[in-house]
Design a protein around this ligand. Structure first.
Ligand SMILES: Cc1cc2nc3c(=O)[nH]c(=O)nc-3n(C[C@H](O)[C@H](O)[C@H](O)COP(=O)(O)O)c2cc1C
Length: 241
């Protein structure tokens, strides 16, 4: 990270400008949308290794994400060490046991039923890589003072999305895993208290018999996720709450 005292505003000509015709734009948008429908959260992994260089390149892509004040408040810890993965699995499964035994509450457990998950997390040791994504709640100046980061969950969420898309683009499958709580990951990954683990992304190739839950293919229709020029909801009491 650069230090604020070393940089000032300077305008650069827009780099990497791409221009498309309207027809090219729709073709490109459709192709990307189709490509993204082929991304699936996969919970069953094969033994096929994945080169560290591929993981690093995907994290590089994640690091290009936009962020509040360009503070890039994230850190990605990539883990392939089998012992470390085993330790993460052990603690995560301990927490998942309590979660599935009722800690999650009835409504959450019911929501998870069609996804078919339980407290067993073999992907944490089977997948060749685990990427732990940390959000940096604050940073440190050169002389050891805290500086604020802005829109940390939003920025890190966008970077995480870039990472999942990059992994998919590299021909890999992934699983976003969120053991709860995740504090143990700071110590295990040697990360400071200023950071908060957001998720563990298991990465690898699917096993021959990998499946996905049918519900995962049931995405909301466009009229539920997009409105165009909507009428305002003035006077709607719901918005005042
Ligand atoms: C923030 C977040 C947390 C998730 N946590 C878990 C998890 O702990 N375990 C799991 O098996 N899947 C988890 N998932 C994966 C979702 O279950 C999955 O994305 C959803 O079922 C849709 O499937 P798809 O990713 O194949 O579209 C999580 C996804 C997100 C975005």
């Amino acid at each position: 990270m650069y230090f604020l005292e070393d940089v000032k505003y300077e305008a650069l000509e827009l780099p990497d400008r791409a221009t498309m015709t309207d027809a090219e734009m729709i073709t490109s948008a459709e192709a990307f949308s189709t490509f993204m429908t082929q991304r699936h959260t996969v919970r069953d992994y094969s033994d096929r290794p994945v080169d560290e260089a591929v993981i690093a390149e995907c994290i590089r892509a994640a690091g290009t994400a936009p962020s509040g004040a360009n503070h890039q408040p994230w850190h990605f810890v990539a883990i392939s060490d089998p012992d470390m993965k085993a330790r993460i699995r052990e603690v995560a499964e301990e927490e998942e046991k309590a979660f599935y035994a009722g800690g999650a509450g009835d409504e959450w457990l019911k929501a998870l039923e069609p996804v078919g998950t339980d407290e067993s997390k073999p992907h944490l040791t089977k997948a060749p890589w685990l990427i732990v994504i940390f959000a940096q709640r604050w940073g440190m100046t050169r002389d050891g003072h805290r500086y604020k980061n802005y829109y940390v969950p939003e920025s890190t969420g966008i970077a995480s999305g870039f990472l999942l898309a990059a992994l998919h683009h590299a021909g890999l499958t992934s699983l976003t895993h969120t053991p709860n709580p995740m504090k143990f990951l700071n110590e295990m990954c040697g990360r400071p208290a200023s950071e908060k683990a957001l998720m563990i992304v298991a990465v690898g190739h699917p096993s021959e018999d990998a499946t996905v839950p049918a519900v995962a293919k049931m995405k909301k229709p466009m009229d539920e996720i997009m409105s165009v020029n909507p009428a305002p909801t003035q006077g709607n009491d719901e918005n005042k709450k």
